[in-house]
Design a protein around this ligand. Structure first.
Ligand SMILES: O=C(O)CCC(=O)C(=O)O
Length: 261
């Protein structure tokens, strides 16, 4: 489990202007090759053992092994979250998604600006972006063109005509292609959803969701079960409930060529 982060391309310590532009334009961004092959194998084995031959469309996983807590606090991910959410970010909730052709899927698009009682925010003020719930999705298996699964409408986090959603098979809807180990970040203010899975290979994704330190989408007590797996202050601080007064910023781990778990 030592090479969870691929360090080859990670000299930068902050999100670049080009990445900010891309996220602002599209409402999502893909980072390639965040998890090494040994760790992908180890994670898939842990989940296979946990699922014991069952094929649920959703499953919990963070409590299975400390490697999943370390992935929650992946330095490259936290650097991106710092730009997208700010210094007070917190982990909100997490779950895994598995899709096969055997499962029934209710195809849908949901989310969008100010959905969920206004929680799904996207705006710019004071020279930076302000977001609500953000999703970090890691692919543990490849998603090839046309496979289905996760879909989104690029740019819809800024749509003005927000009472309308296109059909899930509209030409406006994109089905991102991912390789195992890639990470896709999107704002819940983006219109997004799921299409039926068509590949004979399964889809398996891990979704970690992060909120600003003053808000929570899910019940904050959902994080309590992870506390005993946390091994350092950054991980523990990510699990804090939402509050504002005297909240200290997260201790962001450094990113350099030697960064390892
Ligand atoms: O990954 C998917 O298929 C859907 C994810 C989703 O809808 C969400 O995270 O809100």
């Amino acid at each position: 489990m030592r090479d969870l982060i691929n360090t080859c391309c990670m000299a930068e310590t902050r999100v670049t202007e080009a990445e900010i532009y891309e996220f602002d334009l599209n409402g999502y961004i893909v980072y390639r090759n965040l998890i090494g092959s040994d760790d992908l194998t180890a994670m898939n084995t842990l989940i296979d053992d946990h699922l014991a031959g069952e094929n649920p469309s959703r499953f919990s996983f963070v409590e299975l092994d400390p490697v999943f807590m370390r992935l929650m606090a992946h330095p490259r991910t936290l650097a991106a979250m710092r730009t997208i959410i700010g210094d007070w970010l917190r982990h909100d909730h997490a779950y895994g998604i598995q899709m096969t052709t055997d499962q029934q899927t209710r195809e849908n698009l949901h989310g969008g600006l100010r959905a969920d009682q206004g929680e799904h925010q996207y705006q710019w003020a004071n020279g930076k972006m302000w977001n609500g719930l953000i999703v970090v999705m890691y692919a543990l298996e490849d998603v090839n063109p046309g496979d289905g699964g996760f879909v989104l409408v690029p740019g819809s986090h800024k749509a003005s005509f927000d009472t309308y959603k296109p059909d899930v098979h509209s030409h406006l809807v994109v089905n991102p292609t991912l390789q195992a180990g890639d990470m896709l970040i999107f704002t819940e203010a983006l219109v997004h959803g799921t299409r039926c899975w068509t590949s004979q290979q399964r889809r398996r994704s891990l979704l970690y969701k992060y909120s600003p330190g003053y808000s929570s989408w899910s019940s904050p007590s959902n994080n309590d079960k992870y506390l005993e797996s946390a091994t350092d202050d950054t991980q523990r601080d990510l699990l804090r409930p939402p509050f504002v007064g005297n909240r200290s910023p997260l201790a962001f781990p450094a990113i350099d060529g030697d960064t390892k778990f």
